[in-house]
Design a binder for this molecule. Sequence first.
Ligand code: AMP
Ligand code: MG
Length: 426
Amino acid sequence: MNEKSLSDLINNPSCLDDYDPNSMAVVQARKYIKEFLKPVTTRESVPIRSSLGRVLAEDIHSPCNVPNHNNSAMDGYAFNADDMASSGETSLKIIGTAFAGKAYEGSIKKGQCVRIMTGAVMPEGADTVVVQERVTVEGGSIRFTDGPKRGMNTRYAGEDLKQGQVVLPDGHLMRAADLGLIASLGVGEVKVYRKLRVAFFSTGDELASVGQQLQAGQVYDSNRYTLYGMLTRLGVEVIDMGVVRDEPELLEQALIEASSCADVILTSGGVSVGEADFMKQLLEKLGQVVFWKIAMKPGRPLAYGKVGDAHYFGLPGNPVSVMVTFYQFVREALLVLMGQPAPAPSPLLKAICTGSIKKLPGRTEFQRGTLYLDQDGEWKVRPTGNQGSGILRSMSEANCFIVLDETVGDIEAGMPVQVQILEGLI
Ligand code: AMP
Ligand code: MG
């Protein structure tokens, strides 16, 4: 698909197989969204430490072999395996010491060895290290039986990385190990894609902001806080535009402002059946947006499209729905836009469900659960209490989603279910 087909999707949806905006499968919606994403292309150079959580914008080639020289993997004695007795005891004369960072300058001749520390350069003529625990030292010589095989306890030049090899590819999300890996090459700066700018606001006449007195019928706006948290963890530049009343002029103004400064706009509320028509008219005027009822719970209504050049996600208003739709649709889209061509899907693991769950086939449910290791060493998941889409406590208590796909019906206690862990390893 290309730009033009976002219009096709909106104006002539019947040209697409399986397209039903009133019951869009989760996987189908993810697929459509992905087809319209255009990643950022601007690059910038940053010192290694600042690249943590950013997306690499170049292939990193190794300028050298790592390690740079053959060296010892253990504290022991370096020698040539040809000097080992074919049976019985081997005896070798110690002719010097090699430290990490201070090599033994001479070479090893027949019947000789060098005391060697971990990381020290292998002396010329040596190809094997016998560990110090295996030898008897006496009168300037060592003795051992059952010696190591040739090459044992040594590390070879280039065994970690070969000179010229692509160490990390363009599009790689930088993690702690990668910072160390790049430092091990002596590289001080890397190119990364510029940060994605994401603007968001909450919609609703009933919303009060933290710090204001709550009036009758009002609720505090929590969505901007969960969105702030999730976006910040993803490493994007966050533009918080506050609460916007359900008034067309104000919403229009906010959307135009957001599209002028952000790559992506997120709104919460205003896409449910009662309110969608209102947003629809506005978004038709400002861009191209599709409204879907996703076959999922929670998070049924979702709008997606473009406002000007910015990508737009209209998330439902209910606090749990905001988080679920963010995790299931927005997160992956943002990673692609940040420059990662194929973000790793968050894996589904199997665990035994400790409670029963009522579930209708035909839609995907993301129940909140607590995953734990029981005394018998088996992974179990306990659904958190009230699963209402307004009960944010269920998200706060949970450490995973229990993912019940479209084919699944009621779950009895003791049955295996699929879970998706909320925290990633860092
Ligand atoms: P809506 O999708 O706008 O119809 O909102 C659905 C429900 O979510 C309503 O009960 C709203 O009061 C609630 N809601 C909407 N936005 C927020 C928000 N930012 N924070 C907390 N609750 C909200
Ligand atoms: Mg609303």
